[in-house]
Design a protein around this ligand. Structure first.
Ligand code: BV8
Length: 229
């Protein structure tokens, strides 16, 4: 069986109505990255940061997975453990589409992290009113997301998967943020075939064996049909 690693970014959730980061009306439009997605920003003004993530967490209730998410869940039902979805996204649309083998390298909106005891707890409501940690009782919760300057989650598991995969596929990412933007070169160096599915060429397109342009909602189901044919 072909061992496959799929990397996803904001583009796979765009057709579900989740804003991307860098596109015209992107998330970063309203906010300077350094004002909302760095530990320094949180120390400087936690309320601004908490409200930024509370708004994105609340917005999750109004969106649904799209055909690209459902196609990857279908692929998992065929490949089982031979598929790993590594996502930069902090939304839960992969899981809501039925995917179980999902690794959130930049964290999750529906999780809170306690800065006192380190516990990560499932969290579905706001954090701006400074609720206490369900584990230690300290009012020290922050969004469980990886900010710029912080080390992404499960980097060892990701590189193990890149080392043993036969096919690396990148979907809906601009290739602007590291270490995710470096995965294609690592996978290729380990001998994998590499494919990009993106609305427009990304900053890393030239590193892929093949790059297909178009909306993920069309490209991903077609690619899954092809792979399972
Ligand atoms: C770290 C969570 C050390 C929070 C995020 C090397 C060189 C230069 C800089 C660095 C470097 N190494 C590290 C850095 C610094 C930094 C970095 O990369 N800076 C950039 C800006 C230059 N990286 C870090 O700080 C990282 N940490 O390096 O620690 C380390 C590393 C390894 C091992 C040990 C130690 C941490 C970065 C994580 C930051 N947190 N998110 C939150 O979500 O608020 S990053 C965030 O932005 C996302 O998670 C994602 O990663 C990134 C956004 O990118 P995309 O998802 O690609 O979205 P974007 O809008 O940019 O693009 C959308 C794409 O989709 C476009 O191409 C578009 O064409 C396409 N598209 C749109 N619609 C569709 C579509 N495609 C298909 N269909 C559609 N319908």
């Amino acid at each position: 069986m072909t061992k496959v690693v799929v990397l996803t970014g904001a583009g796979i959730s765009a057709e579900s109505g989740v804003p991307t980061f860098r596109d015209a009306d992107g998330l970063w439009e309203g906010h300077a990255v350094e004002d909302v997605a760095t530990p320094q920003a949180f120390d400087r003004d936690p309320l601004v940061v908490q409200r930024f993530y509370d708004a994105r967490r609340a917005a999750l209730l109004g969106v649904e997975p799209n055909p690209a998410h459902h196609a990857l869940a279908r692929l998992e039902r065929s490949l089982g453990d031979d598929l790993l979805v590594v996502t930069q996204n902090i939304d839960d649309l992969h899981e809501r589409a039925g995917s179980t083998r999902v690794l959130h390298m930049h964290g999750e909106l529906l999780s809170a992290q306690c800065r006192a005891c380190g516990t990560r707890s499932r969290w579905e409501v706001g954090l701006h009113d400074d609720p206490v940690c369900p584990h230690c009782g300290a009012a020290a919760l922050r969004p469980d997301v990886v900010w710029f300057g912080e080390v992404p989650y499960e980097m060892d598991r990701i590189f193990d998967a890149l080392e043993s995969c036969d096919l690396f596929v990148s979907i809906g990412t601009s290739g602007a943020v590291y270490p995710a933007a470096g995965f294609v070169r690592a996978a290729r160096a380990y001998g994998a075939r590499t494919l990009e599915l993106n609305l427009q060429p990304s900053e890393g397109s030239l590193f892929f064996h093949e790059s297909r342009q178009g909306p993920a909602g069309l490209l991903v189901p077609a690619w899954v049909d092809e792979l399972l044919a």
